[in-house]
Ligand binder design. Structure first.
Ligand code: TEU
Ligand code: CA
Length: 559
């Protein structure tokens, strides 16, 4: 197993709009990020993943890019960005940027040209299809509601947009487009960044049939996922990107891949494939969604969650690699979703969740505010929400006669705005995020949940994450050890073993508020000497049968 820096790193995701505002316009910005680099260094972060800061009309908060090589005015200047990169590197940290090349903004020069006429030189940078007797070319649904096709007057045909109609999909079949993208990637790498997170990168190769998806009874549109996820030429394109530019640099790449399986991930990430280093899968993120998709709330099962983790921990070979995450800017806050965000159990369950994730094999990602135990935010009214995915779904379904109160309940649980409320720095107005009016309201619980309180309290979630991150630095077994599940049928405890040579870790997590007896597994019965690496309660090094307290986590090391 080759040692590499990105296997040994812990990565922190910044969603710049909500991280820290430095100029009182209520919008987070790059100078605000620079103000907080010491905070991230203190946490022990190795790499920062920065969500898009490029020029954008913000239809999808920066995931709709109109100029890949310009910084969005609201976030600052290219000089600010250069200074941020230097400050990150000065602190021994690295920066990966967000690469969004499945689509651009409809305000990108390429699309403004392409839509003018059928013989415009940029026409084939995008995906155009004629309508079918006055209707869209096929029945695919956009991720943001409605058809995935938008009619264009000037050319009297439709363009594809898997996301908003202001996010036209790029045509990766076009070698000219691919080389434009590769030059842009090279331009950023030559600025000295340390890699990329690649947005829905397994969507870029579409099945040329553009066949209809399977209609679910009563719904006007269908999922086209089987025709655009992990498509026929995806490995060709990623290998070409790797050979044309990525392989020239000592960088890391992580592909965001809704719908990816471990078998496919092996092909995307095995070293000799020369494609990417790791992927984000979504299987645990889809666990609490019913057949109607993310808004169709379904209770989740710990046995199911453990099966997913075990599958991903054991199916990737030593030459492939996992990412590990609970949260990002699209997902609800993990302590509200898989933990318990009540007053009594929020802190202890947040530490347990962190233990369960960070002791596994793979590169862990921390989303801004997760290290503080920030929670979901049940805004009172749909007016308080800003996320295009949430708003489009709400308005489409109210128009179709659905009950607004029921929809708001699903929005409280799953809206992406749960992750996008401003980071809570202290107890001052707007949680110290801005002294202007925040673009999205701050979660009212900032008086008790904030960085200042966390930093002051040695037993806080922040300090617990700091300890977990430090352990990864000191024990190769955490990074490189193999993984064996325990108690797979147990609906309350998530326990597993890590092994590296003679060393063993025993990881135990109580996912409930109950007290539960834990019997030491046979593999540890003869243990003479054990060490407690970390726990979210007081506990001693002695490894013997014990009763787990509510949401108790323990990690023992033996050798
Ligand atoms: O998300 C891809 C994606 O699948 C999203 O639809 C996400 O899974 C869903 O919103 C969860 O509810 C990426 C970015 O992370 C997201 O912010 C962008 O909106 C999307 O691509 C388009 O760029
Ligand atoms: Ca600002």
């Amino acid at each position: 197993m080759k040692r590499t820096w990105w296997k040994e790193s812990v990565i922190y995701q910044i969603y710049p709009r909500s991280f820290k505002d430095s100029n009182s316009d209520g919008i987070g910005d790059i100078p605000g990020i620079i103000e907080k680099l010491d905070y991230l260094k203190e946490l022990g972060i190795d790499v920062i993943w920065l969500s898009p800061v490029y020029e954008s009309p913000n239809d999808d908060n920066g995931y709709d890019i109109s100029d890949y090589q310009k910084i969005m005015d609201e976030f600052g200047t290219m000089e600010d960005w250069e200074r941020m990169l230097a400050e990150i590197h000065n602190r021994g940290m690295k920066l990966i940027m967000d690469l969004v090349v499945n689509h651009t903004s409809d305000e990108h020069y390429w699309f403004m040209e392409a839509r003018k006429s059928k013989d415009n030189p940029y026409r084939d940078y995008y995906i155009w299809r004629p309508g079918e007797n006055g209707k869209e070319p096929n029945n695919w649904e956009s991720a943001f509601s409605g058809s995935a096709w938008e009619y264009n007057e000037a050319t009297a045909d439709y363009y594809l947009h898997l996301f908003s109609k202001k996010q036209p999909d790029l045509n990766w079949e076009n070698p000219k487009l691919r080389s434009e993208v590769f030059s842009m990637i090279k331009w950023w790498l030559d600025k000295g960044i340390d890699g990329f997170r690649m947005d829905v990168i397994n969507f870029i190769s579409k099945d040329p049939s553009y066949a209809d998806g399977e209609i679910v009874e009563g719904k006007p549109y269908a999922s086209g996922a089987k025709y655009f996820m992990n498509g026929p030429k995806i490995h060709d394109y990623l290998n070409e990107m790797n050979q044309a530019v990525l392989s020239e640099y000592d960088i890391m790449t992580v592909g965001e891949m809704p719908g990816v399986t471990p078998e496919q991930a092996e092909l995307y990430t095995r070293e000799n494939r020369e494609e990417l280093n790791m992927v984000f899968h979504f299987e645990h993120m889809d666990l609490d969604a019913g057949s109607g998709g993310k808004w169709d709330l379904r209770p989740w099962s710990l046995v199911e969650l453990k099966k997913i983790f075990t599958k991903w921990q054991t199916r990737l070979s030593d030459e492939a690699w996992n990412s590990l995450y609970w949260n990002n800017h699209d997902q609800p806050r993990v302590v509200s979703r898989f933990g318990n965000d009540s007053e009594a159990y929020r802190e202890i369950s947040a530490k347990m969740l962190a233990t369960a994730l960070h002791m596994m094999r793979g590169t862990p990602y921390i989303y801004q505010g997760e290290e503080l135990g920030m929670t979901n935010v049940p805004f009172d009214s749909i007016e308080d929400y800003q996320d295009i995915e949430t708003l489009n779904m709400y308005h489409e379904r109210v128009a179709a006669g659905e009950n607004p109160d029921e929809l708001l309940k699903a929005i409280h649980v799953k809206s992406r705005d749960n992750a996008r409320t401003p980071v809570q720095w202290d107890t001052s107005k707007h949680a110290g995020f801005t002294d202007g009016e925040p673009w999205l309201a701050v979660n009212p619980n900032y008086k008790t949940i904030n960085a200042e309180a966390n930093l002051k309290n040695g037993e806080s979630i922040f300090h617990y994450y700091k300890k977990l991150i430090a352990l990864r630095k000191h024990h190769d077994i955490i990074v490189y050890g193999n993984y064996r599940p325990l108690l797979e049928k147990d609906e309350k405890i998530f326990s597993y073993i890590r092994e590296l040579g003679e060393e063993k870790l025993l990881v135990i997590n109580n996912f409930t508020a109950e007290a539960i007896d834990f019997i030491i597994p046979d593999a540890f019965k003869e243990t003479t000497e054990s060490k407690l690496l970390i726990s979210n309660y007081e506990a001693n090094d002695q490894l013997q049968d014990f009763t787990l307290k509510p949401y108790e986590a323990r990690v023992y090391k033996t050798n």
